[in-house]
Design a protein around this ligand. Structure first.
Ligand code: PEP
Length: 249
């Protein structure tokens, strides 16, 4: 059985004052009925990890360089993420694929580096609106899955986040039928590649405009094990409502 996971991606948002949101989340959910993860900007990772302590909220980064160290100005490695208290690394977010030209091969190398450094890789995939309109969604998802996920993963080291690019930050979400179709497809492909046990144990997150108002219907989909949440993860009240919907699902 895949673990339920509510993951927050703060993107390029947050300063010292934002850490109070963590305190509010911990106070509201001292023992949540699902795994909770916050991926703040790199500047806050250590402070947030210290604040979270050994409590129920895990922390992680929004990226991870493919190399362990070296002359890569502005980047951070898996070892640094671990050192700052993180245990997860998001890789292949569509904003990084677009803003930084990250290909499936780069994403795969980053996921590999995250795993080698003892982190759990959250690999993001998803189609653009033009790809969906052209009927290419499942082909694209199949290609991204094959190209972005390294060999040797398990349900303990890999999370896959399906994030339609056109749903991120737009307030638009796919229909429940569309989410179901893609998540069933991802599950099938993972089982085909990694076997029934591993394929069934990988948490599949839906991401893209998840809010308290739509979380319950999304979490009712069979192969949705949680969400990767951007905007709504910045406020403890909104993210708390999403955590609550997931723990009840
Ligand atoms: C994201 O960036 O991963 C995301 C899902 O953003 P939002 O929830 O704001 O659409």
């Amino acid at each position: 059985m895949a673990q339920k996971l509510a993951a927050g991606n703060w993107k390029m948002n947050g300063t010292e004052a934002s850490l109070a949101e963590i305190d509010a989340m911990i106070a509201a959910f001292p023992a949540p009925g699902c795994k909770v993860l916050i991926c703040p900007p790199a500047t806050l990772l250590e402070r947030l990890s210290r604040r979270a302590g050994n409590g129920p909220i895990a922390t992680g980064s929004q990226d991870c360089h493919m190399k362990a160290s070296g002359a890569h100005t502005g980047d951070i490695s898996a070892e640094m993420i671990k050192d700052a208290g993180g245990s997860y690394a998001i890789v292949g977010h569509s904003e990084r694929r677009t803003d930084h030209g990250e290909t499936d091969a780069i994403v795969c190398a980053k996921a590999e580096a995250a795993l080698a450094g003892g982190l759990i890789a959250v690999v993001c995939i998803g189609e653009t609106e033009a790809q969906r309109d052209a009927g290419e969604t499942l082909d694209l998802i199949g290609t991204q899955l094959a190209g972005s996920i390294p060999e040797g993963v398990t349900g303990d080291t890999l999370v896959v986040a399906y994030e339609p690019v056109w749903a991120i930050g737009t307030g638009r979400i796919p229909t429940i039928e569309q989410i179901t179709e893609v998540h069933d497809f991802i599950r099938t492909r993972l089982i085909e590649r990694f076997g029934a046990e591993v394929g069934a144990a990988v948490s599949l997150l839906y991401g893209g405009s998840v809010k308290p108002s739509n979380a319950t219907e999304i979490f009712a989909v069979e192969n949705v094990d949680g969400a990767l949440v951007g905007g709504a993860s910045l406020k403890a009240s909104d993210f708390g409502a999403i955590i609550d919907a997931l723990q009840k699902a």
